[in-house]
Write a protein that binds this ligand. Structure first.
Ligand code: FRU
Length: 515
């Protein structure tokens, strides 16, 4: 049931008696709760925000609407982690409802200045005519981890030439300057990313647009991010309103990157290659990166998309974050590998090794709803090679999710048409991309109760998808059609307990984190 605006823009403190508890109970009883992904206790999660390393731990926040599964009054919910695999609940980070964020503390980022994490975010305000007014606001974290907002916004105006769709500041430091990139819509209703500069995070100068080769590329760019890696400059962006193109751009909105020479922050010129999607699957959006203590660039995304409905909506919760991915650059492209520390979650390994010829074979003794599965398929240049090879997982009754690889064309396809309860089938039930055909191909699948993330090859491509199967669909099988191929697989169950799962009532006292 859709909420009215009045219901959607309530603060936690305005919940009806028992409302939060009912929602949490409903969510806790849902059979699609994840085991090792970050998910809300109840309500709706969207973008990762404020991702930063400070004093021996990562801080990560997510956009959260506590009172339902609509996109309503957004909070920042706070988590910390020493290693990106085990997370601690830190309760509410930012609470909206002030004069400059009366209708939500929207997305933003964090940076450590003078030993203190500072959060730069978009305060969303709607006036009496429901016209949107974005303010870029600043807050800082005190020694107890509490977030203190500054009273006045640090960027109060949208510059001339842009509409009220102006949000999601991502901040970084260059020499003595702080820079931030903001997602924008030009007055001619095309998307762009603009650059601001500051010396103190308080006073920001509008420098102008980042000069890309994409003057007309969708109607809005959300959640931009800029960083340098391996000598390259990388701009992440979420363009809205692009048409599908071959196998690509099949989701309602896209999330991808431009990679090129480092951005010239004085002229704002950015010489880059083609827009490439970060993820080839169904459910991925609004990623944010940070640099870890070891210099690694880590990316986490939202495993969901705006403007869609999901099967958990009627169970009082929606969405989760992706696993953290370590980024690197190779041949002008981003390579994404699952964060190495996730290995800590692995249980006892079970192995499979066999040549399959025109057959489908179950992985005996390996089944489940939360695990990592690595598979190498070899012999793909032999004379009698199979035409198609692949994996079926979450198999049971009529259900199966199928990952297949066409050894002649190099096309990889994820098919969720028989995965369980359909998810936005209007956007199609398969996703594909094409690799250069090789003798052997590797896949690493991270299956959780209602999702899969598939790393292809050495992280050249990733497919992310929510899946809503029956809990009893736990089987795994391999297949080779029209010839033979060599299969080697390792199955590792993933344990419970990596992700906190307390009730909000434990942490929240009338809208404030309990001390
Ligand atoms: C992206 C987004 C951002 C915005 C936030 C609001 O999913 O629309 O542009 O800041 O979500 O929750």
């Amino acid at each position: 049931m859709k909420m009215t605006n009045e219901q959607k823009y309530r603060l936690i403190g305005q919940a009806e008696p028992g409302e939060l508890e009912r929602l949490a109970e409903q969510a806790a009883a849902c059979s699609w709760r994840q085991r090792y992904h970050i998910q809300p206790h109840a309500g709706l999660l969207n973008d990762p925000n404020g991702f930063v390393w400070h004093n021996g731990e990562y801080h990560l926040f997510y956009q959260w609407f506590p009172l339902g599964t609509d996109h309503g009054m957004k909070y920042w919910y706070h988590l910390t982690s020493p290693d990106l695999a085990h997370w601690n609940d830190a309760g509410i980070g930012l609470e909206p409802g002030g004069p400059y964020d009366s209708h939500g503390a929207y997305s933003g980022s964090a940076i450590v200045k003078d030993g203190t994490p500072h959060l730069l975010y978009t305060g969303n305000v709607r006036d009496a005519d429901w016209t949107r007014h974005p303010y870029q606001c600043l807050a800082s974290m005190d020694e107890d981890g509490r977030i203190v907002k500054r009273e006045l916004p640090v960027i109060a105006e949208v510059p001339a030439g842009y509409t009220e769709h102006f949000r999601d500041p991502k901040v970084w430091k260059e020499g003595e300057s702080y820079l931030c990139v903001i997602g924008a819509q030009r007055s001619d209703l095309t998307g762009a990313a603009v650059l601001y500069r500051s010396t103190d995070l308080l006073h920001w100068n509008f420098e102008g647009e980042i000069g890309t080769d994409l003057p007309s590329f969708g109607y809005m760019w959300e959640c931009p991010d800029y960083f340098e890696l391996g000598g390259a400059g990388v701009l992440l962006l979420c363009p809205q309103g692009l048409e599908p193109q071959g196998d690509g751009r099949r989701n309602v909105h896209q999330s991808g990157y431009l990679l090129g020479a480092p951005l010239n922050t004085a002229t704002r010129e950015f010489a880059h290659g083609e827009f490439a999607e970060l993820d080839r699957g169904f459910d991925f959006y609004a990623p944010q990166t940070t640099e870890g203590p070891d210099g690694k660039r880590i990316l986490i995304g939202w495993m969901g998309l705006p403007d869609l409905e999901y099967p958990t909506d009627e169970h009082g919760w929606a969405h989760c974050l992706t696993l953290p991915r370590e980024l690197s650059v190779r041949n002008g492209r981003l390579i994404q590998r699952p964060a190495e520390s996730l290995n800590a979650l692995r249980g006892e390994e079970r192995l499979f090794a066999s040549k399959l010829r025109d057959e489908r074979r179950s992985f005996e003794n390996a089944e489940g709803t939360a695990y990592e599965l690595s598979l190498t398929v070899g012999g793909l240049t032999d004379a009698d090679k199979a035409g198609t090879v692949g994996i079926e997982f979450r198999v049971g009754g009529d259900e199966r999710t199928v990952l297949s690889y066409d050894t002649r064309t190099g096309r990889v396809m994820l098919d969720r048409s028989a995965s369980g309860v359909p998810v936005n089938p209007a956007y199609g039930t398969t996703r594909s991309c094409t690799l250069n055909p090789t003798d052997r191909i590797e896949f690493r699948l991270f299956v959780d109760v209602s999702s899969v993330e598939i790393f292809v090859g050495d992280g050249e491509e990733v497919f992310t998808a929510r899946l809503f199967p029956d809990p009893s669909s736990t089987g795994i099988a391999f297949f080779a059609n029209g010839g033979s191929a060599d299969f080697e697989a390792a199955f590792r169950p993933y344990g419970e307990g990596a992700i906190p799962r307390g009730l909000p009532a434990d942490l929240i006292d009338n809208g404030k984190v309990k001390s």
